[in-house]
Design a binder for this molecule. Structure first.
Ligand SMILES: NC(=O)c1ccc[n+]([C@@H]2O[C@H](COP(=O)([O-])OP(=O)(O)OC[C@H]3O[C@@H](n4cnc5c(N)ncnc54)[C@H](OP(=O)(O)O)[C@@H]3O)[C@@H](O)[C@H]2O)c1
Length: 419
């Protein structure tokens, strides 16, 4: 029986933990280890008696490699699923290497302190050479390739919905529908309403950093960067209706661009309501999205972290959120010499998610694929030494698991394209 360690006990982790507990045919034992152990204990109490999975909890600071390595060695899991923050990716990978355990996460590395001069030097060089300026990129984790290969360990990166499922959709389209894919448009629509004027659906710091960054897309193997929110389209989403969406930089573009170099253009769009955009612009204008510490009444505070403390905790949005999400990818290309287009997507209902696991659909659509990624690696179906993203494996078992574990997908063979 598989023994899994999950690090973090926030919105996404809570769903993944519920799903691991539902899947007690595959998972026998689970350790929930996080910074605030009381959250782990609370969840353990809620789930015990409803699952055969034996749950233990521990307090850990995942920034501390030695402390984490000791915990992994003492528990001896088959894999570690990192559902803390992208800031912890590298320290958790280091601990997995030291303890000899497979590694899985949902978001690529970015530093907590973007003013760190050492990181900044490397970042500025990358901006110039690669042509995009987001704080997060795969180079830091791809640099672990040889170490994971040598150790015979698997690192599966980015198994949330986007990235994660969207890249599995790309591998599935390539395997079953196309000889060549020409374009990929990834569309992330949240038609949910939580009733607040402004709140983020997952960790506010990570979310606001992502959406306030310049947008970018890949064309003919090169990045094209544009000002934040400057490319807008309207799309009519199944299950949701018409919504405005904006082009964003997103991490799967980097992995798909590398692994599917024949694709001529890869873009990512996310829907935002006017209220969200107005609030974000105002917060940015007054400096509240800054990651640079300031001194206030004798104390050092980081504006975006202070803002996080003021905003609703994403984990509390569940009971208030109504409506649906629709996330998927539109592919164009050729099959047997003929032009073809398809749209693979999932529609998820916020209220249904809340009924099932006590979370809204954004955490649900990330937590379910996190459990599935852990299942793929620990079952051996997706085990190969090295560091990989989800487009680099056979998509079929993952696609089957999505249907089984709550994220069924549809294929539309005549979708409306985005211009
Ligand atoms: N791929 C996708 O589709 C997708 C979508 C959404 C989110 N994500 C990713 O999912 C991850 C989790 O997001 P979330 O919204 O669940 O965040 P969250 O609610 O803020 O939860 C983060 C958890 O990590 C814990 N943590 C933070 N720093 C830690 C440390 N140094 N040591 C140990 N534990 C630590 C936190 O502990 P405390 O309880 O003490 O704060 C919290 O329990 C993020 O990496 C996010 O980028 C991916």
């Amino acid at each position: 029986m598989t023994r899994l360690m999950i690090i973090g006990c926030g919105g996404v982790a809570s769903v993944a933990i519920h799903k691991v507990c539902q899947n007690d045919e595959a998972f026998g034992e689970l350790m929930i280890a996080s910074r605030t152990v009381s959250k782990c204990d609370k969840l353990k109490k809620e789930l015990e008696g409803k699952t055969k999975v034996k749950i233990t909890t521990a307090a850990v600071n995942a920034d501390n490699v030695e402390e984490l390595t000791a915990l992994i060695r003492s528990y001896q899991p088959d894999a570690v699923l990192n559902l803390a923050l992208p800031y912890q990716d590298l320290s958790i990978m280091d601990a997995c290497l030291a303890a000899g355990v497979d590694y899985i996460d949902t978001a690529n590395y970015e530093p907590e302190d973007t003013d760190d001069p050492e990181w900044r030097k490397i970042y500025e060089k990358r901006c110039k050479e690669a042509g995009f300026s987001a704080y997060f990129d795969y180079s830091w984790q791809w640099a672990y390739q040889d170490r994971f290969k040598k150790a015979g360990l698997t690192a599966l990166l980015g198994t949330g919905f986007d990235p994660g499922v969207t890249s599995v959709f790309a591998a599935y389209a390539k395997k079953h529908y196309f000889d060549t894919i020409d374009t990929i448009d990834i569309l992330d629509c949240n038609g949910g309403d939580h009733g607040y004027a402004f709140a983020t659906n997952f960790n506010p710091e990570i979310n606001l950093r992502e959406v306030s960054a310049p947008g970018s897309y890949m064309e003919n193997g090169k990045w094209v960067e544009v000002p934040a929110m400057s490319i807008k389209r309207e799309y009519n989403f199944d299950g949701v209706g018409p919504k405005d969406m904006y082009l964003l930089h997103h991490e799967e573009i980097e992995a798909l661009g590398k692994h599917m170099p024949e694709v001529k253009r890869i873009r990512f769009f996310m829907t935002f309501g006017q209220s969200y955009l107005d609030h974000m612009r105002c917060l940015e204008d007054v400096g509240m999205l800054s990651t640079t510490p300031i001194h206030y009444e004798g104390k050092e505070i980081v504006p975006i972290q202070f803002l996080k403390a003021l905003l609703p905790d994403p984990a509390t949005l569940g009971p208030r959120t109504k409506g649906k999400t629709n996330i998927g990818c539109i592919f164009t290309g050729k099959k047997d010499g003929k032009e073809r287009k398809i749209y693979i997507y999932n529609v998820c209902d916020h209220e249904e998610c809340y009924k099932e696991v006590g979370s809204q659909a954004i955490s649900y659509t990330t937590g379910v694929p996190a459990m599935i990624g852990a299942l793929m690696v620990t079952s051996g179906l997706w085990k190969k030494p090295g560091v990989y993203t989800t487009d680099e494996f056979d998509p079929d078992p993952y696609m089957e698991a999505l249907n089984r574990w709550g994220l069924p997908w549809k294929v539309d063979e005549n979708p409306t394209l985005v211009d």
